[in-house]
Design a protein around this ligand. Structure first.
Ligand code: NDP
Ligand code: KPL
Length: 313
């Protein structure tokens, strides 16, 4: 399959590497100059569960992409949420009638952005529990295990979803079909809502967060707010299941030693975060439905305050 991975960060790099190594024709698209330079010069290098591998994968700036140089079967959307619209606007020349798009990014509402550029019948949506850390330009640290849940957002996309799952599984990415991907997206959003902002504010990894005496009490309130808002959107989240999923994720044998993507953005790289697509979305939707969401609102405000202190934002 010919696949363009839009966003050559940690996660885009992980998926590109696995898909390329399993025999697909893969290109990367990114706009981080140092990253592009490094990958063009030395290839994409990853420490994959301790084993170092390097692979040569073509990489382009978005404005180098036009309809004549690259016709792709699938675009994997793996940028940070605030960049999605800009990226798809820039690469719209390669989005043709038979192109499919798979979005595995964190956050709520990306299908609406993608629908501006792609026929909704060609959008596949999903979540992933794989993780990745960008150690520097062209350099990835990939630890632990993960999975991918996917569904077509319109019935006509089912055949494409099955084909993409097959390709992802050939690449060892542990993908499966979800009958209710919106619920999977909300479940994942609730996990990131519990972990990401707190780890960035407290500057700790998942396991350290889990060890704090206040952890259970705060997580309970965040999760309750997610559940109340999700219910209004017709999505049922189970409180015990969500809390156990968050606790489980922090175990040393799962992803306890990992740093969340928000920690990486804000604390390591001093970049603005995806908070508006995570706890911020709950706070906005809470207002819309008349549901109080004080924990998610405060977390959103505190992350914005920290963005103001640490970034040029
Ligand atoms: N990392 C993780 O463990 C997980 C992440 N996700 C989600 O996957 C999506 C992609 O995330 P992820 O791969 O982590 O994103 P990264 O931050 O690793 O990369 C995203 C983009 O940010 C830019 N960038 C990254 N690092 C730097 C830097 N140091 N300096 C300048 N620019 C930089 C690059 O493009 P540009 O220059 O165009 O900004 C890059 O394409 C997000 O929605 C995230 O929430 C989901 C599960 C786990
Ligand atoms: C790994 C996980 C699930 C942690 O919340 C995540 O998606 C992230 O870091 O953004």
């Amino acid at each position: 399959m010919k696949i363009a991975v839009a966003g050559a960060g940690g996660m885009g790099g992980r998926f590109a590497l696995c898909l390329h190594q399993s025999g697909n024709d893969v290109i990367l698209i990114d706009q981080w100059q140092a990253n592009i330079k490094a990958i063009r010069k030395d290839g994409l290098t990853a420490s994959l569960n301790g084993k170092v591998i390097t692979d040569q994968i073509p990489i382009y700036y978005p404005d180098e992409i036009d309809e004549k140089n690259e016709k792709v079967d699938l675009i994997l959307a793996m940028v940070k949420s605030p960049q999605l619209d800009q990226m798809f606007h820039a690469i719209s020349p390669i989005i043709q009638d038979d192109t499919y798009v798979l979005c595995l990014m964190n956050g709520i509402g990306h299908e609406d952005t993608l629908s501006r550029y792609v026929n909704p019948g060609h959008i596949l949506s999903g979540t992933t529990m794989w993780t990745a850390t960008m150690k520097g330009p062209g350099l990835l640290e990939l630890n632990g295990e993960g999975s991918i849940d996917i569904q077509n957002i319109r019935p006509e996309g089912k055949q494409a979803a099955d084909k993409v799952i097959e390709v992802l599984n050939q690449a060892g990415l542990n993908a499966r079909y979800s009958d209710n991907v919106l619920a999977s997206i909300w479940r994942k959003a609730c996990i990131t809502g519990g972990l990401n902002a707190l780890t960035a504010l407290l500057e700790c990894n998942n396991m350290e967060l889990r060890s704090l005496r206040v952890f259970d009490a705060i997580i309970l309130e965040i999760v309750k707010e997610y559940i109340a808002v999700a219910e209004k959107e017709g999505i049922h989240l189970n409180q015990t299941e969500m809390i156990e999923a968050i606790q489980d994720y922090c175990r040393p044998t799962v992803n306890g030693f990992a740093f969340t993507s928000m920690y990486q953005d804000l604390i390591q790289n001093h970049r603005i975060t995806e908070i508006e697509y995570m706890n911020g979305a709950i706070s906005r939707k809470g207002k819309q439905y008349g549901i109080p969401t004080p924990y998610n609102e405060l977390l959103t405000q505190l992350i914005h305050a920290k963005e103001q202190l640490l970034t040029a934002f």
